[in-house]
Design a protein around this ligand. Structure first.
Ligand code: E4P
Length: 216
């Protein structure tokens, strides 16, 4: 299972790389805005220097000619850029052309299994179901991931599933149990994955016992 980091923050990306948990990065316009970035191209280039894995940069155009031009420009920034397009009819049409040119497309804002089916049929390299946002409206976002994996397995589609909009470690656990290809994870959730109170308690008592014994 691959771990992508869902951020545009360079310190977080460098830290995740030093932990050895950085198989790629996903960004979006909101994550760029959070870093105070108005024009994303320089930041995408900087991120691509920190990882050889795919780095998703989101196009802002909503019409096909705009998406094509923007995606080609973003893909030219570094060899590992994947371009995010929204799952709209325009996004699907642009994906067909861009995938044929060898540009990796990540179809984003996926909220239904049929949207994911269309993404695979259009030739998207990645599909990004947003699980947390479905949870937020009272649905179980991980059910969507299970359905998408089932459909892709039925037809041997090669589109990789990126579980996105992850809010907590349980999302990562369920994604792993379902065999999702990738989880794109906020930095704080990566750190939470390592935490267990019994680990902290056990370590404290091992160190205390050793300290006691060494004073005898
Ligand atoms: C995925 O690629 C998106 O950047 C992200 O996971 C969206 O998450 P959010 O719902 O927390 O904004």
């Amino acid at each position: 299972m691959k771990f992508f980091l869902d951020t545009a923050n360079l310190d977080e990306i460098a830290k995740a790389a030093s932990y050895g948990f950085l198989d790629g990065v996903t960004t979006n316009p909101s994550l760029m805005a959070k870093e105070g970035i108005a024009s994303q191209e320089e930041r995408i280039k900087e991120i691509c220097k920190l990882t050889d894995g795919p780095v998703s940069a989101e196009a802002l155009s909503t019409d096909v000619p705009g998406m094509l031009a923007e995606a080609r420009r973003l893909a030219g920034l570094a060899p590992n850029v994947a371009v995010k397009l929204p799952l709209t009819m325009a996004g699907l049409e642009a994906t067909k052309s861009l995938s044929a040119e060898g540009i990796k497309i990540n179809l984003t804002l996926i909220f239904s299994p049929l949207q994911a089916l269309l993404a695979a049929k259009a030739g998207a390299h990645f599909t990004s179901p947003f699980v947390g946002r479905l949870d937020d409206i009272g649905q179980d976002g991980m059910d969507l991931v299970e359905q998408i994996i089932g459909i892709y397995n039925n037809y041997a589609y090669e589109t990789e599933v990126i579980v996105a909009s992850i809010r907590h470690p349980q999302h990562v656990l369920r994604a792993a149990l379902m065999g999702a290809d990738i989880a794109t994870i906020p930095f704080k959730v990566i750190e939470q994955l390592a935490k267990h109170p019994l680990t902290d308690k056990g370590l404290a008592s091992f160190l205390a016992d050793y300290e006691k014994a060494s004073k005898k």
